[in-house]
Design a protein around this ligand. Sequence first.
Ligand SMILES: *[C@@H]1O[C@H](CO)[C@@H](O)[C@H](O)[C@H]1NC(C)=O
Length: 210
Amino acid sequence: MKMKPHLLLQILLFFLATFTTNTLSKQQQPPSPSSSLVSQLNQQLSQKKTRPSNETIYKVSKQLCWGCIAESLEFLFRHNLVRATKWELPLMWDFQLEQYARWWASQRKEDCKLEHSFPENDFKLGENIFWGSGSDWTPSDAVKAWADEEKYYTYATNSCEEGEMCGHYTQIVWKTTRKIGCARVVCDSGDVFMTCNYDPVGNYVGERPY
Ligand SMILES: *[C@@H]1O[C@H](CO)[C@@H](O)[C@H](O)[C@H]1NC(C)=O
C-alpha cells in the first residue's frame, strides 16, 4: 500500500510540531529579567505612565537576544517597539524557535509560497508569515506590514474589519506570548519569505490580545 505524499507530509509535520512543542514546553518559564535594565523597562511598562524610549527598548531587546545575529535583533526590536505601544512586556529571542522558523523558511525557498507550517486550526506555535517581491525586504518591513493591521482591529468588539486581516497584529501584541524566533530567506525566485514563530501561541478565539 502506498501512502499519498501529502498524507505522509502531514504526518511528518504533526510529529515535528509535537516534538517542537514538547521540547519548548520543557524549558518554558517567564522571562527572568536578569539585568536591571530589563526589569526597569518591565516596571515602566507595568506602571503605564511614561513611554519607554526607542533606545531603551533597543538596549533591552539586545539583552534579550544574547548571542543572536543582527537580523534576529531587528526582528525582536521591531516586535518590542510595537508591544510597548500597548504596554506589553518585551519578547525574548529563542534559538529553538529560530531553528524551527529557519527550517520552515528553507522549505519555502524553492516556491516562496505564503504558506503556514501548521495546518489550519492546529497551530502549535504562533506563526506570522510574509512574502515580498524582490530581495530587499527586511525584518522591519515584515513587522511593519503585520503591525499595520492595527487599523483594521477594533478592541471593543475584538474583531477585524470585514474582509481584512488583523491576526498578525494581535499575535505581535498578545499579552501572554513570551518568546519569538524568526527567519528570512531569499527564495530561488529572488523574492523574500519571512516567518516568525511565537510561544506561547496567541490569537485564542474569543480572547483579547491585551
Ligand atoms: C520610535 O520608533 C517608532 C517605530 O519605528 C517610530 O515611529 C518613532 O518615530 C520612533 N521614535 C523616536 C523618538 O525615534
